[in-house]
Design a binder for this molecule. Structure first.
Ligand code: ADP
Length: 184
């Protein structure tokens, strides 16, 4: 049973790696960013609420993402494991998840931190060209990452759930490293 949380700055390659690994392991890849972008495209109530936050590089309110993650983890395909990408993104969300997993008897999760230097991240984001990848929004997303999300590295290290992987290598190399650390 594989339950994985991917941590790392925007542009670390979490999405790509999480997707590859999820396919390989036949478990769902749950990306809160993707779910929010889809909801915004379809202009669902969730999408409408999230739009202004995502467009400006801010985190959407906890309640919105927590509800969507809880609902997603209750789907039958998540019973055989999952990879969470983009959640949790702050300590309050991590505490929520911890409690949810305990309540639903889904423990044993591991956390992978994809480590990539700042300058590489900015370069990658600028060439990616997503709608929220303008320079100003990228700068804000990185600030939010440092202030809110980076503390999760210590949070999970303290709980002995943390695996570190160097994300500053080719896609294939990162995939191989990930498969090695997770198997162990
Ligand atoms: P990236 O990894 O490039 O930052 P994501 O696709 O993970 O992009 O997220 C895009 C945006 O969606 C974030 O900037 C944020 O506004 C919103 N978002 C995604 N996940 C969360 C979350 N767990 N909490 C709050 N906001 C989130």
């Amino acid at each position: 049973m594989t339950r994985l949380i991917f941590l790392g700055p925007p542009g670390a390659g979490k999405g790509t790696q999480a997707q590859t690994l999820a396919q390989h392991l036949h478990i769902p890849h749950i990306s809160t960013g993707e779910i929010l972008r889809q909801a915004m495209k379809e202009q669902t109530p969730l999408g409408i609420k999230a739009q202004s936050y995502v467009d400006s590089g801010e985190l959407v309110p906890d309640q919105l993402v927590q509800d969507l993650v809880q609902e997603r983890l209750e789907q039958p395909d998540a019973h055989s494991g999952w990879i969470l990408d983009g959640f949790p993104r702050k300590v309050t969300q991590a505490a929520f998840l911890e409690e949810l997993l305990e309540k639903t008897h889904q423990g044993g999760e591991q956390v992978v931190n994809l480590d990539v230097p700042d300058e590489v991240v900015v370069e990658r984001l600028l060439t990616r060209g997503r709608k929220d990848d303008t320079e100003e929004v990228i700068r804000r997303r990185l600030e939010v990452y440092r202030a809110e999300t980076a503390p999760l590295i210590d949070y999970y290290r303290d709980r002995q759930k943390l695996l570190m992987v160097n994300g500053n290598q080719s896609l294939e190399e990162v995939t191989t490293k990930l498969q090695n650390v997770i198997a162990s």
